[in-house]
Ligand binder design. Sequence first.
Ligand code: NCD
Ligand code: ZN
Length: 360
Amino acid sequence: MSEERLVIRRPDDWHLHLRDGAMLEAVLAATARVFARAVVMPNLAPPVVTVRDAAAYRNRIGAAPKGGGRFTPLMTLYLTDDTDPEEIAKGYNAGVVFACKLYPQNATTNSQSGVSDIDRIRGVIARMEALDVPLLIHGEVTDDDVDVFDREAVFIERVLAPLLQDFPGLRVVLEHITTKEAVDFVTEGPARLAATVTPHHLMAERNDMLGYGIRPHLFCLPVLKRARHRDALRRIVAAGHPRVFLGTDSAPHGIGDKQALCGCAGIFNAPVAMEAYATVFEEMGALDRLENFASHFGAEFYGLPVNEETLILERAPWTVPESLDVGGGANGGAVRPFLAGETLNWRVAGIGPPSKGPVL
Ligand code: NCD
Ligand code: ZN
């Protein structure tokens, strides 16, 4: 018999873009209605590079509307060629900096100040290793001679594998994985290596983006791959691998910036993320694994307690709105969510009180 109601420990989002200003004010509640904590990406313009930047950004998130949900942002620093290891140590020891983010220069949105060559930050990485500060990686090479669909697999081979060898104590999260190569590398890798998986990489493949006309709202980085890669991701989350956990990579851009001559990469999935994951897990007959993926494995990897509260999902069809107003006239004044206009069978009914014992 199929479940009608699902009560899981309240989940966390281990990879999220909240932006700033009017956009932050408009999008935060979509996350806070579901997730208790989120690792907040630092690719603002200008990026979050100092402890002072991170603390100020945390305050702005704290002041933004959350729709009543209790929410803790976990802040990250954006690594550049010039990052000072002392800044990381200072932020980590002060409890402001949770992790550091490596964007290869020009790999994605607002990564112009990213790292031009991993060798430039070896001192920084050594310090992170010594302090046990996790390194979160956008795993794509940016060389012009590497095809966009191969950027992740080539990164693993050329950059990630040597990095793990050179820094045997470094804790690494390969973010938003998209390929079978990444699945294999992470699952065969050491206990200090983990990966996050987005809802859109579990649900969509490149034909959905390009096979029936071009769908700019499905464009993100790393770009959607072939169906067999999506299926490898689906298999590993359904199998319940403890080092593969939830990270939405919700990345809002104004509709005008998505539907443009050169459209931005990023999918705004916060309004549908848990509902989409539930849909995928149900399709795979793995609803009983959803709680581990969403609410346990990430916390365990990061050494944090799981959340006390619960999240209640119920089977109740609803249609995803076409857009969300972001006010201020910013980039067309609206963002379009993932799965806009589609009907989903699972709905988030709300946050419940702490559970006693296992909830599934
Ligand atoms: C992200 C963004 O817009 O900030 N875009 C994306 O396509 N995922 C950046 C990133 O995570 O690559
Ligand atoms: Zn991201």
